[in-house]
Design a protein around this ligand. Sequence first.
Ligand code: ZN
Ligand code: FE
Length: 253
Amino acid sequence: MPLTVRQFACLSDNYGFLARDEATGRTACIDTPDAAAILAELKALGWGLDFILNTHWHEDHAGGNAEVVAATGAVVVGPAEVTRMAPLDREVRGGDTVMLGETRFDVIETGGHTLGHIAYHDAADAIAFVGDTLFALGCGRMFEGTADQMWTSLQRLAALPDKTTVYCAHEYTAANARFALSVDDDPALKARAAQVFAARERGEPTVPTTIGAEKATNPFLRAPRLAERVGADGGPDYQAFGAVRAAKDNFKG
Ligand code: ZN
Ligand code: FE
C-alpha cells in the first residue's frame, strides 16, 4: 500500500508535509515549520499524527515541535542536533530505518546545511524528504558544513533512482533558476526555467521535483562541469561545487 503525501505552503516560503501510510493510517509530518498550519491540515483531513520526522534543528523545521506534540502526542524522531531546538524521543542517523506503519524510511546522512542534517527515503514508493539539502534547481546554504560534506550529501541523494519524487522544504525555485541561468546555458535548463517562471506566475508550486530532473538541470549537481565559469581552478569535484555555491551566495539576481 502506498504512502500518501499532502503538501501545503506555510510561513513565507516553506512547505509542510504530511505522509500517511495507507495500509495502517499511520501519519507523520516532516518537520514542523508552522504548528498552526500543520494542525489545521490534520483537522481538515480528519487525520491524527503519530510521528514528527525532523530533518534538522532550524527554527523553521523543528520550531513547531512542542506545539504539535502538545496537540497530538506525536513521537519525535530526528538527528541529535534537533535537541538544540526541542526534545527528541528517538535519535536517528544515516543508515537507520524508521517505520511508519508498513512504510519504511531509510535515513540518509545529508550534513552540510547543518552538520547533522538527514533525509528520509521511502524506496518502495520512490519518495524522499530532503529538508534543506537539495532544492529544485538549488541546494541549501552551508551554514555549518564544508563544501566537501555538502557535495558528498548531494551525491548520496543523486544516487537515488531518477524517478524518485523529491520533497524539498522551500519554494526557492524561481530564484534558483535565475542563478542557474547565470552559470549555465544548457537547453534543458532553459526549458525548465521557463516552466518554473510560468508556474510561479500562476501561483503554482514547483515542489516536488525528481532526482532525474535535478541531475539534468541543477547547477549544484552539475557543478564539476560548470565550475570553470564561476572561477574554480579544476580541483576535486567538491571544490568545484564550493565555487558554484559561493557564486550563488554572492548572486544578486
Ligand atoms: Zn534550514
Ligand atoms: Fe529551512
